[in-house]
Each structure stands twice: as C-alpha cells, then as structure tokens.
Write a protein that binds this ligand. Structure first.
Ligand code: UDP
Ligand code: MN
Length: 374
C-alpha cells in the first residue's frame, strides 16, 4: 500500500474513533443523574423509582405514558404511577367547595432567612394554614422545624444560593412533593410573601381544579422571549415573587416535563429561572393560558400604590426595596393610611404585621401585639 494511502487510512480510523467517543460522551452526560435534592425517605423513593425507570429507557423515551393519545392524560398517568409503586395521588373529582386543606402552599426559603424572614410568616398567615404550608429550605433547623407540622419542613440538598440552580431545585422539589399529596391546588411563594389565607381560598374556590388553571401575576406586560435550542420562543409566565397557583389537573399534565426533578433539569438545560421554566412548560409546551390575578403582588411593583382600603381584598403582598439612584434606596412597603392602627415601623418595618392584625384582630398572634399598637 502506498505510504500516503496508509496515512489516510490511519487518519480515517482516528476520525471515526473521535466521533464514536464524542457520541458516547454526549450519551453519558445526558444520562448523568442529579443528586437527589431531598433527605425525605418517601420523596427519595419516588425520585429513585422515577430516575431508574428513566435510565432504563435510556432517557430518550422520557416518561412514556400508557394508553393511547385519545385518552385524557390524567387517566393515563395513574397506571404509570401504580406500576412504579409510588403513592402519587390520583386526580380526584372535587367534592364540595375548596377549603384551605385542599391547597398545598410551598414556601421556598434559605438558611439565612430563617431568623430574618420566617418569623413574620410564622407569626401571621402560617398559623391560619398550618396543615397546608410546606417549607422548602436548605439548612437543618430543629427549632424552626418544630413550628411546622410533621413532614412539612422539607430540608433539601439544593444549593444555598439565589442563583437559578438553587431556586429551581427548590421549586422542583416542591412540585414533586405536591404530586405525592391529595391536594387540589399547588401554590408556591417566596419567604417574603404575605398571604391573605381566606382570600386565597375564596379565589381558588372560583376555579375548578379538575381543569387547567395557572393563576398569578405576570411580571412583564408582554410574553418573554427566550432562545431555546437556537429557536426564539415567546411565552407568558407568572412571576414567582407574587406567588402563583396551579390546579391539580394542570400539575398532572406538567408531569412529563416536570416530575422527578425534570423541572430542574429543564430549567438547567434552557437556562431560565424557576418561574420562567414553569411558564415555559405550561404556556408553551402545554398551550395553557395564564390567568391574571391582579390581587397577587410582588415587590417588583410599587406596593404603596395599593389603596389602604383595598388592602383587605388582596391575596398576596410582599415587601422590598427600590434602588432609586447610587446609594439611594427607598423601601417598598404597603401603605396602611392614617386610619388603620399600626405598629411602630422599627417593630414592623414591612407593615405586614400591622396589616395582619387589622385583618384578623381576634387571632392569638395579634393578642400580644395589640399592646404595641399606638
Ligand atoms: N432564596 C434562596 N437562596 C438565596 C436567596 C434567596 O433560596 O440565596 C430564596 C428566598 O428565600 C426567596 C426566593 O429565593 O424565597 C427569592 O429571593 P428574594 O426574595 O431574596 O429575591 P427576589 O427574587 O424576590 O428579588
Ligand atoms: Mn422576594
């Protein structure tokens, strides 16, 4: 064989080897399993079953549902779950009006906020929704844990950061946890959010949880535009800072894209924050419209603009700061006006304790506080 032919053959062989090697690398990296973001044995079992099913299918046929496409999705999901012996709840037809125990409220938090943000929530709205509230956090804190119902304090192994990865990991875990429960509504809020519980219940009562609902407040006045796999996609999403709620029917439809940590994987792949990833699945992938609820508020808007007399009609409220210039910030809190009794600002800088006692003067948490009213 002439010399140049031999070299060409060797080069060809090396190229083929490199191609096979890269395909193998891509294949294995697709199948890398994320560490489980929880120590909860029940949830761990579900995620493990899910992950092992997925890797058996080599991740290409991700989460294939039984039955045929003409069947409603929720009818098809149930057998999948029972074959994997997990105890994901089935879709139940609501009987009677929605009550607080039909709602699953996930609060995402982080160790550094356990003493700064959570006391406000624990002294105000959480006692009105103790059986519904689940804390998703990242640090063991036995004292804090004792203030939640057993199993409602979810210590995750999510990164303790405000980065996309840490937050989406918590939302993903909250969603998986919801799927294990018999609840009609999945709501998720930040730990700087005040919820008017009776108003939340009354709002959700107006919607049928066996239909698709994605309720909240979009932070943008137009659909967000994101480049995903080199394609420009546009879709609506509700801002996480105002909290949002998803009906069980819709949560079940999301499962091929979200269950078992898939929400986290998706957000990591397309590089978007948790709330945007949820909007992408619901609005873009499933084609379900958002439902705007202007009684949900985040600190992205000027909270002082809500009229004091209208405060009692809101569902979620928050607090924060606005940077108005270099070294100049103004606090963004609700305005209680002149007629509502308030606590002194140093005791109640967010004004939400005062609001709570105005709304629920009879609750135990406000009895001690009344002393402070001036
Ligand atoms: N958060 C977190 N780790 C952090 C910072 C924030 O888990 O390092 C959580 C925080 O507990 C809250 C949410 O992320 O529930 C949003 O954070 P924050 O309210 O500080 O910021 P925002 O996005 O509302 O401006
Ligand atoms: Mn916030």
């Amino acid at each position: 064989m002439p010399r140049h032919m031999r070299w060409r053959r060797i080069a060809g062989f090396l190229t083929a080897f490199a191609i096979v090697f890269s395909i193998q690398m891509i294949w294995t990296s697709n199948n890398v399993q994320q560490p489980l973001p929880t120590r909860d044995p029940k949830l761990k079992k579900l995620l493990l079953v899910y992950q092992s099913n997925r890797s058996k299918k080599r991740q290409r046929v991700v989460y294939q549902l039984p039955g045929n496409d003409s069947q409603p999705l929720h009818h098809r999901i149930q057998p999948v779950m029972s074959t994997s012996r997990s105890n994901i709840s089935v879709l139940e037809k609501p009987q009677g009006a929605t009550s607080i125990t039909d709602i699953f409220i996930a609060v995402k938090s982080s160790g550094k906020f356990h003493t700064t943000r959570l006391p406000l929530l624990l002294d105000t709205w959480i006692p009105l929704a103790k059986k519904s509230t689940f804390l998703i956090t990242d640090v063991d804190d036995p004292e804090l844990m004792s203030r939640f119902e057993p199993g409602h304090y979810q210590m995750s192994t999510c990164p303790q950061s405000h980065y996309r990865k840490g937050l989406v990991c918590k939302v993903s875990l909250a969603y998986d946890l919801f799927m294990l429960k018999q609840r009609r509504w999945f709501c998720i809020v930040d730990d700087d959010t005040y919820i008017n519980i009776p108003n939340l219940v009354a709002t959700l009562q107006k919607f049928d949880s066996t239909l698709d609902w994605y309720i909240g407040r979009p932070s943008l006045k137009y659909p967000i535009r994101v480049t995903i796999n080199n394609l420009k996609e546009s879709f609506w999403f509700h801002t996480g800072g105002a909290g949002y709620c998803i009906s069980r029917a819709l949560a079940l439809k999301m499962s091929p894209h979200a269950l078992g940590g898939k929400l986290r994987e998706l957000a990591d792949t397309i590089r978007v924050p948790d709330d945007v990833a949820v909007g992408y699945i619901i609005n873009k992938k499933l084609g379900v419209d958002i439902t705007r609820m202007l009684t949900f508020h985040s600190h992205l808007e000027g909270l002082w603009r809500i009229s004091p007399h209208d405060l009692r009609n809101q569902v979620t409220l928050s607090y924060g700061e606005f940077e108005t210039g270099p070294n100049h910030v103004i606090s963004n809190v609700i305005n209680l006006g002149k007629t509502i009794p308030t606590f002194p600002p140093p005791y109640d800088p967010t004004r939400l304790r005062s609001l709570h006692c105005y709304l629920f003067p009879g609750v135990t948490e406000c009895e001690g506080m009344k002393v402070a009213i001036h």
